[in-house]
Design a protein around this ligand. Structure first.
Ligand code: PHE
Length: 490
C-alpha cells in the first residue's frame, strides 16, 4: 500500500513546528530564563540547541524518512530488537499525552471562567479548591472531579477529530493550530508591552547574570528544556518524517523547525514578563515571587494579572484560547506517533478505528489525573518521564544510529537529499558527545532524586507513579519488541 504523504513541505513544517511549540515554550522557557541567569541563559540554551537539539532532530527526521516507518518500525529495520527503542519512545509519549490532555482540560475550563473572571481575587485558592478540589496530599485517595472529566472528554474529541484520518486530517488542522496561538501570543505580547511596569518585567527577564553560567544546574536545565521543547524522543518527529518523500530535504527542515521554535520561546518570554512586570507594579509584589512555571503560572499568576487589565475577560479568553491551541497540536502529534507505529504493524486496520482506540485509551489513562490528587500524580509522572524516560530513549536512539546503523551512513543519506550539507562533526556528536552528555544528565538527575525525593512526597507514591511507571514502560517496550519478533527462518 502506498504511504500517505503530506500535502506540501510547508504543511510538514507546520506540523513539526506545531508539535514543538507548546506549553513548554510559554510556561517553561520564560521561567527557566528568569531563574537561571536572564539573558545569560541564552548561552547554555543556544549551545544545547546546537550540540544536542538540532543534531538529534536531524537524526529523527532522517531515520523516519529513510525507513518510511514510525519509531518502532524504523529502529526495528536496523535490528529487530531495537524496535523496543521505538516502542519506548511512543509509550513515553502516550504517558505524556494522558496528562497533557488534562492540562488542556483545565485550560478549557478557564476559557469558560474567563467570561466573568470567575476566579475572583484569590486565584490560588480558586485553582486548588474550586477547580481541582485538591486533596490534602498525594497519599489521600481522591475521587474523580466531574468538571475536569467533562472537559477532558471534550479535549479528547478535539484531538480525535484532528487525527482521525491520520496525516490527511493533521494536514488540514495544522494550518490553523500552528499559526493561531502565535498570533495570539503576539497580540498578548503587544498588549503586555504597552502596560506600565512592563519594562521592569522585561529587564528582569533579559538582564544577564553571567555568574549563573558557572552553575552546572543551569546547563542541565538547558539540556532538558531543549529535549522537551523540540518534542524529541517521543517518536513524533520520526513518525512525521516517515510521511515525507524519500528524497525530501532534511537538514534545512530541522534547522527551520528549531529556529522557529526557539524564537517563539523568546517572544513568549517577553509577553510573560511584560505582564508580570505590570502585575508587580500594580500590586507591589516583587517580580521574583511572581515568576513561576507550569500550572501555577498559567492558572494562578496569569489569571490574576489578566484580571487587572482593561477588558480583562477578552484578554483572559485570548490567553486560554492560546494555551488550548498551543497544546492541541503537541497533543495530537503524540497520538499520531502512537497510531503510526500500530498502523505500520497492522496496515489492514482502518485509520479511523485505530485513532479512535488510541484516543479512548488515552482518555481512560488520563482519568487518574482528574482525581482530587491528580495534580500531585501529574507532577510526579511529568518529572520522571521527562527527566528519565525521554533522556534514556534519546540516549538509546543516538547509540543505535551512531554505533549500530552507522552515523556516517545516515549522514551520507542526509547530504544526498538536503540543501544544507552537514559535516563529520554531526557523526561525532551522535556517536560520542550526545551520548556522554545524556549520560551526565541522567546521572545528575538520579543523584538529585536519590538525595531528595521529588517534592519530598512519600516514597510509596514515588515508587508507584515514578519508578514503577518507568519500569512498566521499559518492560512493556522490551516485551512488545520480543513478542513481535519475526518468525525465525529454519
Ligand atoms: N514540545 C512541547 C512543548 O514545548 C512539549 C511536547 C513534547 C509536546 C512532546 C508533545 C510532545 O510544550
Amino acid at each position: 500500500m502506498e504511504r500517505v504523504r503530506w500535502n506540501s513541505r510547508v504543511i510538514f513544517m507546520f506540523a513539526a513546528i506545531g508539535s514543538a511549540v507548546g506549553l513548554g515554550n510559554v510556561w517553561r522557557f520564560p521561567y527557566l530564563a528568569g531563574k537561571y541567569g536572564g539573558g545569560a541563559f541564552l548561552i547554555p540554551y543556544i549551545s544545547m540547541l546546537l550540540i544536542l537539539g538540532i543534531p538529534l532532530l536531524i537524526m529523527e527526521f532522517a531515520i523516519g524518512q529513510r525507513m518510511q516507518l514510525g519509531a518502532s518500525g524504523s529502529f526495528g529495520k536496523i535490528k529487530h530488537m531495537l524496535s523496543s527503542i521505538g516502542f519506548g519512545a511512543v509509550l513515553c509519549g502516550f504517558v505524556v499525552v494522558s496528562y497533557y490532555a488534562v492540562i488542556m482540560a483545565w485550560s478549557l475550563l478557564y476559557l469558560k471562567f474567563s467570561f466573568n473572571l470567575e476566579w475572583g481575587s484569590q486565584t490560588a485558592k480558586f485553582f486548588s479548591n474550586n477547580v481541582l478540589c485538591l486533596s490534602e496530599g498525594p497519599s489521600a485517595a481522591g475521587q474523580v472531579i466531574t468538571g475536569i472529566l467533562g472537559a477532558l472528554v471534550i479535549v479528547w474529541i478535539l484531538i480525535y477529530f484532528s487525527i482521525w484520518k491520520g496525516i490527511k486530517s493533521v494536514s488540514k488542522v495544522v494550518t490553523f493550530t500552528m499559526p493561531l496561538p502565535i498570533i495570539l501570543l503576539i497580540v498578548l505580547g503587544i498588549r503586555g508591552a504597552s502596560l506600565p511596569g512592563a519594562i521592569d518585567g522585561i529587564m528582569y527577564y533579559i538582564r544577564p547574570n553571567w555568574l549563573a553560567l558557572k552553575d552546572p544546574e543551569v546547563w542541565s536545565a538547558a539540556m532538558s528544556q531543549i529535549f522537551f521543547t523540540l518534542s524529541l524522543a517521543f517518536g513524533i518527529m520520526i513518525a512525521y518524517a516517515s510521511y515525507q518523500h524519500h528524497t525530501s530535504d532534511i537538514a534545512k527542515n530541522a534547522v527551520i523547525t528549531s529556529i522557529a521554535n526557539s524564537c517563539i520561546s523568546i517572544v513568549a518570554g517577553f509577553a510573560v514578563f511584560a505582564t508580570l512586570g505590570y502585575m508587580s507594579t500594580r500590586q507591589g509584589i516583587p517580580l521574583g515571587e511572581l515568576a513561576a512555571s507550569g500550572p501555577s503560572l498559567a492558572f494562578i499568576v496569569f489569571p490574576e494579572a489578566l484580571s487587572l487589565l482593561p477588558m480583562a475577560p477578552l484578554f483572559s479568553g485570548l490567553f486560554f484560547l492560546m494555551l488550548i491551541t498551543l497544546g492541541i497540536d503537541s497533543a495530537f502529534s503524540l497520538v499520531e506517533a502512537v497510531t503510526t507505529v500500530v498502523s505500520d504493524r497492522y496496515p489492514h486496520l482502518r485509520r479511523e478505528d485505530l485513532s479512535l482506540y488510541v484516543c479512548i485509551f488515552g482518555f481512560l489513562s488520563g482519568i487518574v489525573f482528574t482525581t482530587a490528587s491528580g495534580l500531585y500524580y501529574l507532577g510526579i509522572v511529568d518529572h520522571f518521564i521527562t527527566n528519565y524516560g525521554l533522556v534514556f530513549v534519546g540516549l538509546l536512539e543516538a547509540v543505535a544510529v551512531g554505533w549500530i546503523y552507522g552515523a556516517e551512513k545516515l549522514r551520507s543519506y542526509i547530504n544526498e537529499v538536503s540543501d544544507i550539507k552537514i559535516g563529520r562533526w554531526w557523526s561525532f556528536l551522535i556517536k560520542y558527545l550526545i551520548p556522554v552528555l545524556l549520560m551526565v544528565l541522567l546521572y545528575t538527575s538520579l543523584k538529585r532524586d536519590i538525595k531528595v525525593p521529588y517534592e519530598n512526597y512519600p516514597s510509596h507514591i514515588i515508587w508507584i507513579f515514578g519508578w514503577g511507571m518507568l519500569a512498566f514502560v521499559a518492560v512493556a517496550s522490551y516485551l512488545f519488541a520480543h513478542l513481535s519478533r519475526p518468525p525465525k527462518k529454519k
